[in-house]
Every structure is written in structure tokens, then in C-alpha cells.
Write a protein that binds this ligand. Structure first.
Ligand code: ADP
Ligand code: MG
Length: 375
């Protein structure tokens, strides 16, 4: 029996006076929070502050002792939990793909339980794989053990989107990934979010991720929410010392006038270097296998280039080389002033630049990452 479509779109998710205890300790203490349709709301706080418990009360994996959760005005206790969960996507860090099932069967599991036929499932899985930048023809028949960590996370996201849920719950989905890949997934993810106009509640303990993705941020501490607001409200008007400390965390570069590009760049290692003559197909494969979002292309006719995954993906079946597809990046020297570099990036509307130490690529300089530290 197919589950009913409970809501086409989300207008409002209301958490009212939620309480959850484990024995003598309180995991969520009188928590009230409104999520507005279409927004990405971040729940951030230290380990054990109650984020996961709060999230799981929204899809009834955990039932509160007191308080209510309602979606578009309907108390979720009046809804069958299985039907509810098929209308809410859920992505976690350990996404738990079934090891003996292919990517198609993992992503298509719920559609199959909902009675879809094989052709409809395959079509849906292909659309979802495209959405998360994994070429279906390469990935649809793979088993989880043939996937890297980043690929598994993408599959986890695809699986959560299988039934096209208007509400997504995400619990530290990028928590286990390498920093550059994490950033890439965050960026891709914020694009998906805008395309699909979903409502998302997203748990993290990473303040940079919160600022990068959140429309609003709810800060949890000791089982309570201590402040909810837009990023700039939290910075300009923190409700307590705790909040000002949190939003200041790692923002040590308040005075960057004396800093150089070298101080703020991300250094790159050999694995980021691809030769210009390499055909695009194998290059995309290598980027996928190594979880690389951007690579540096050497020996091209026009100097050093940058190849991003999206471009490699787009051209994957064309008879071209990495050097043909690579773009000419903005280039800074390690000794350039960081403030000046930021101005140039802003003026050129470029999200990053390549840092060249004479003839040798030394790092990548991302403007939003640097700005994040300056707020
Ligand atoms: P977070 O996701 O913010 O790290 P959790 O919501 O997982 O926090 O946990 C909040 C508090 O509840 C923690 O003190 C945790 O130890 C406790 N807790 C969570 N789940 C259980 C459980 N099943 N049994 C006992 N205590 C739990
Ligand atoms: Mg948690």
C-alpha cells in the first residue's frame, strides 16, 4: 500500500514545549522552536546538547514526554509514524547503506516498498544520481564497498530525496569528510536546496558550516535553545556571552591587515595535480575515487588551470582532455596581502583563486572561507 502524501509543501513546523528525559538527565528541556517553510534552519550546539534528540522528535524516531510537534498545524501524533517518515527525508553521518544492495536498490528501497515498478525506480534513481553529481552509468550498479566516504554521503542524500519529501532532516551529514570535500558538498547542497525549495532542519556542531548554510541558526546548550536568529543577528546582538563566544570561535583573524595569502590559503598536495593531456573521462573517475572537488591542471597550453568536478561531469563523454576543460583561475602569490586578495576576488566575482609560489601551485584561497573568519 502506498503511503499517503501528507503535505505537498511545508508552511510551518512547530515544536512546542518539548521535553525528553533519559533517566535522571534531561536531553531536551522545554524546547520551543518554529521552522518556516522553505528555510534551512541550523541546530548547533556542543556534543550532548540535545540536537539529535530534538531532530528525531520531528520524525517520531523519538517520542517526547511532553510538548507537541506539528507540521502545517497537524499534530504529528495523529499521523502514522511510517507514513510520516516517508514524507520526511532523513540524512545522518553514518548513513548505513545496505552492503549487499547496489546503489539502485539502496536508493530505490522505499519506492519499491511503495509499490513502484522497476522502470519507474530506475528512472528516479538516475535523476537523483545526476542531482548529487554521480554519473548513473558509473554508479548505479555499484555496491557500497565500492564507494568512497564522500560518495556514500551523496548516495545517502539521494536516498533521502527518493520520495521527494518537502521536509528534510539532516544530522551532521558532512561531519566525517575531508575539509575541501565538505566545503564542496556544502556548496552543492545549498544549490540543491535553492532548486528544490525544501524546508530543512540541519544539525551541526561546526559554526562555519552553520554560517555557510543556515538561513537561521538555533543555538542549543544544555538541552535548551539559548538563541535563534539570522547569522548577522547572532553576531551583532548575541543574547549571552556563550553565544558571542560561539560565533567568535575560530574567528581569530579579526585584524588581517598584516596577513598574507599564504596565511589564509589551503595548501594543496600532489593528489590535487592532474596533467593537462589526461582525457576527461578517466580524470572524472579519478576525482570521484579520490573525493576531489577541484584539481589543479598543469602543462596546459595557457599555463596552470583549475578543473572543477561539475565541468568534468558535464564533459565526461566528450572527446576532450583535462587541459581543454580547465579554466584559467585568478592567481595570487603567497606574499600578496590577504585584504587585497579578498578585494580582487569580490570585484571579479570569483569564489577562489589559485596561489602560485613562482612556478609551483601552492594552495587555494577561498573568499567565503576567509570572510567567515572576518565577520
Ligand atoms: P547531541 O546530538 O547534541 O550531541 P543528543 O540529543 O544525542 O545530543 O543527546 C542529548 C543528551 O541525551 C546527552 O546527554 C546524551 O547522553 C543523552 N542521550 C541521548 N540518547 C540517549 C539514550 N538513548 N539513552 C540515554 N541517554 C541518551
Ligand atoms: Mg547528535
Amino acid at each position: 500500500m502506498p503511503s499517503p502524501r501528507l503535505f505537498e509543501r511545508i508552511d510551518r513546523v512547530e515544536l512546542k514545549n518539548l521535553i525528553k528525559r533519559y533517566g535522571d538527565s534531561i536531553a531536551v528541556d522545554d524546547l520551543t522552536l518554529d521552522v518556516t517553510g522553505g528555510e534551512l534552519l541550523i541546530l548547533i550546539g556542543g556534543s550532548g546538547s540535545g540536537k539529535t534528540t530534538t531532530l528525531r522528535m520531528i520524525n517520531r524516531l523519538i517520542e517526547p514526554e511532553a510538548g507537541t510537534v506539528s507540521i502545517n498545524g497537524t499534530d504529528i501524533r495523529t499521523v502514522d509514524p511510517v507514513a510520516l517518515r516517508r514524507n520526511i527525508g532523513y540524512v545522518i553521518q553514518q548513513i548505513g547503506l545496505f552492503p549487499h544492495m547496489t546503489v539502485r536498490d539502496n536508493i530505490g528501497l522505499i519506492p519499491r516498498l511503495e509499490g513502484w515498478d522497476d522502470a519507474a525506480i530506475t528512472t528516479r534513481v538516475e535523476v537523483l544520481l545526476e542531482l548529487v553529481d554521480l554519473p548513473p552509468e558509473m554508479f548505479i550498479d555499484r555496491y557500497p564497498r565500492q564507494l568512497s566516504g564522500g560518495q556514500q554521503q551523496r548516495i545517502g542524500l539521494a536516498r533521502a530525496l527518493a520520495m521527494d519529501p518537502p521536509l528534510l532532516l539532516m544530522d551532521e551529514p558532512f561531519g566525517a569528510l575531508d575539509p575541501i570535500l565538505r566545503k564542496q558538498l556544502q556548496e552543492e547542497f545549498s544549490k540543491i536546496k535553492e532548486d528544490l525549495g525544501r524546508t530543512i532542519v540541519f544539525v551541526t556542531h561546526d559554526i562555519d558550516e552553520a554560517f555557510r548554510l543556515g538561513d537561521r541558526i538555533a543555538i542549543m546548550h544544555d538541552a535548551r535553545i539559548i538563541q535563534v536568529g539570522k547569522p548577522e543577528e547572532l553576531i551583532l546582538d548575541p543574547a549571552s556571552d556563550l553565544v558571542s563566544k560561539l560565533v567568535d570561535a575560530d574567528r581569530k583573524f579579526r585584524h588581517i591587515d598584516n596577513l598574507t595569502v599564504r596565511d589564509l590559503m589551503r595548501p594543496v598536495t600532489r593528489r590535487y595535480f592532474f596533467e593537462g593531456g589526461m582525457p576527461i573521462g578517466p580524470a572524472l573517475l579519478a576525482m570521484m575515487e579520490d573525493d576531489l572537488g577541484l584539481v589543479i591542471v598543469t602543462d596546459t597550453a595557457s599555463g596552470t588551470g583549475i578543473l572543477n568536478r561539475r565541468d568534468a561531469f558535464t564533459h565526461r563523454n566528450d572527446p576532450v582532455t583535462v587541459g581543454d576543460v580547465a579554466r584559467r583561475p585568478l592567481v595570487f602569490a603567497p606574499g600578496d596581502s590577504a585584504t587585497e586578495a579578498l578585494r580582487v576576488l569580490k570585484r571579479k566575482k570569483s569564489p577562489f583563486a589559485l596561489v602560485m609560489d613562482r612556478e609551483t601551485p601552492a594552495g587555494l584561497f577561498f573568499s567565503d572561507e576567509v570572510l567567515m573568519r572576518l565577520i
